[in-house]
Design a protein. Sequence first.
Length: 103
Amino acid sequence: MDLYAGAWDSKHLIVYWDEMLYRLLEHTRQPQPTQVEKPRREGYTYKCNGRCNSLLLFGPQACWCLVKVTVQRKGIDYAECLRDLEKLETSLTPPTGNIKKIG
């Protein structure tokens, strides 16, 4: 908890990391429009149009966010995202190699 509440140190970049797998869904029937005092009706059947994976890196103290969307969920995607983080870290702070990843 001390890491969250600590003051910003430009030599140590704090990064929040999150990832989520999304299903890309489509309605099989068009939703019915709303009527007076009745909510909009939607069907419960969907067509799956594939999946995507989103990786989120967030540096709240330095005010930046990096979102990367990939079609697969593999280790190479994480490695590329960490490589992008390293490039971003060198542009934001002096290159010390001290990145604290939270997530």
